[in-house]
Design a protein. Structure first.
Length: 507
């Protein structure tokens, strides 16, 4: 099965959230199951720099592009490539082939006018969306569709174009209106809240026909919606957990698209994300103080001491340490943590918050730490090694998200013997089994869940966790249950391969 995996980010080359983790790991898992998968990624400045020293021969019908000179820039070292012609208002680009994450072949779109700039993939250094995002991701979508057509400049052609989130959402529309389309299309929704909404005047510059701008197409309240285009035209729709697939078919998590998703429920599938079990493995993690496994959990205590020292908390082994690493936003339930913080530390327990986000929440968690020195701590920012130490050093991990399509930290936590405390929504509900007498007895309990997104419900779940922590046999059983779960990408990759085969046959 030949699969083009089109994405706007892929760890470790470029990452802003869960999509980057998925795109960095899933293609390799697909390849391990026999798929001939290639990743398509914009040539942002850090991507060009990271891939400049790698090479994998490109196969194409057009002449190879000439080197741009003998300079030592990352872009010049990336040549040669193949030209992708301009389309309507979308500029021409050069398609380069290199080895990407997991040694999977990666096609990089070299278009300096759209991608060679400081800042992130979606926003400038001040956090403002790039004004030309429609054209930047219109190009990504257009190239993804072109490679699935008979007119592709490459000899290798995918049977399936797998799109991810709104940034690749126009690809199914381009395929639908192409006269020589050969590939089927799949769209994965990682977060329905972000839909890629742009003015209707961009329809012609994007090279889409007026017939596409309808209620049954990409028109959304008078604007263009990249994501709606994918939901309307893709041959299959997937989300990143089974529960989220159900939640988005109604308000409030349908975000205005619940009707369309309900109409297309027959092609909608929820597949729980996996995690990179090589990177997230307490037995081999280079970022933690003491490595350990299910039979050496006593060694976990050294990581707790290191985390307490790093965060300025009292070195008290008997007091449970509750931690959260998250974007500091309302969606992630940070306000609930702030609301419950003084009761959490009064249980007693210690509280660690690591993350960055809205200034009001950054200030709020810093104020919590200031009010409870030695018992609460906050670090504004993101530090990958610290994120690993938090998973290893915390006793329990907190995820009170109001909605969470998949979530990854709750799976990292179980792998690290750090039972998660989560709001029962989306992928959190699918991957954490609430600790009850029944689930303890049958060996399935892995954490603690709460049904209502309130500070009181959060505190009640943390209180249950602290009570269990004080019973060492119960806590050890809970830790080992979580560590025994298989959160690798293998099972998810198998489900995707099944979907690819089904839509390719129809195409």
């Amino acid at each position: 099965m030949r699969v083009l995996f089109a994405t706007s980010e892929a760890a470790p080359l470029v990452k802003t959230g869960g999509l980057g983790d998925v795109a960095g790991a899933l293609p390799a898992a697909l390849a391990a199951r026999g798929a001939d998968v290639r990743v398509l990624l914009p040539g942002y400045r850090p991507v060009m720099a990271a891939l400049a020293g790698t090479h994998h021969g490109a196969h194409h019908r057009a002449d190879r592009g000439a080197d741009r000179g003998a300079g030592t820039s990352a872009r010049s070292r990336m040549q040669p490539g193949v030209t992708v012609p301009a389309h309507a208002g979308i500029p021409a680009a050069c398609l380069l082939e290199r080895r990407g994450p997991g040694d999977v072949p990666c096609y990089v779109i070299d278009c300096p006018a759209l991608y060679d700039r400081d800042g992130g993939p979606y926003q400038d250094a001040t956090g403002i969306d790039w004004r030309d995002n429609a054209m930047r991701f219109g190009l990504l979508s257009r190239v993804a569709a072109l490679l699935g057509c008979a007119s592709s400049p490459l000899d290798w052609r995918p049977e399936v174009v797998h799109c991810n989130d709104w940034q690749t959402g126009l690809a199914p529309a381009y395929l639908r209106y192409a006269t020589d389309a050969r590939a089927a299309s799949v769209i994965t929704i990682h977060n329905l809240a972000f839909q890629g909404i742009f003015p209707p005047g961009l329809l012609a510059p994007l090279g889409l026909p007026p017939a596409s701008f309808t209620v049954g197409g990409l028109e959304y309240h008078g604007s263009i919606s990249f994501l709606k285009a994918a939901l309307a035209f893709a041959d299959a729709i997937t989300t990143v957990s089974p529960t989220y697939a159900r939640e988005i078919q109604s308000e409030p998590l349908g975000f205005g698209l619940q009707g369309l998703l309900g109409q297309r429920a027959d092609v909608l599938t929820g597949i729980q994300n996996g995690i990179d079990t090589g990177v997230w493995d307490p037995a081999r993690d280079p970022h933690i103080v003491a490595r350990y496994g299910p039979d050496s959990l006593d060694r976990k205590a050294a990581n707790k001491r290191a985390l307490q020292k790093r965060m300025g908390l009292a070195a008290d082994a008997a007091v449970p340490l509750v931690a959260i690493v998250s974007r500091l936003t309302e969606q992630k339930g940070i306000d609930l943590v702030v609301e419950a913080a003084r009761w959490i530390v009064g249980l007693p327990a210690q509280l660690v918050v690591v993350g960055t986000g809205a200034r009001e929440y950054e200030s709020a968690v810093q104020a919590v730490a200031a009010r409870h020195p030695g018992r609460a701590a906050a670090l504004i920012g993101f530090d990958e090694p610290l994120a690993h130490l938090v998973e290893a050093g915390a006793d329990m991990f907190l995820m009170p998200s109001r909605f969470e399509p998949s979530g990854l930290n709750q799976m990292y936590s179980q792998r690290y013997g750090t039972p998660p405390v989560v709001h029962a929504t989306g992928g959190l509900a699918d991957s954490v089994v609430d600790c009850t007498p029944a689930t303890l007895a049958d060996g399935t309990a892995t954490g603690f869940t709460f049904a209502a997104a309130t500070g009181i419900a959060l505190l009640d779940a943390v209180d249950r966790a602290v009570t269990a922590y004080r019973d060492p046999p119960t806590w050890r059983a809970l830790q080992r249950n979580g560590m025994a779960r298989d959160f690798s990408w293998s099972a998810a990759a198998a489900r995707y391969v099944e979907i690819y085969a089904r839509v390719a046959r129809r195409a």
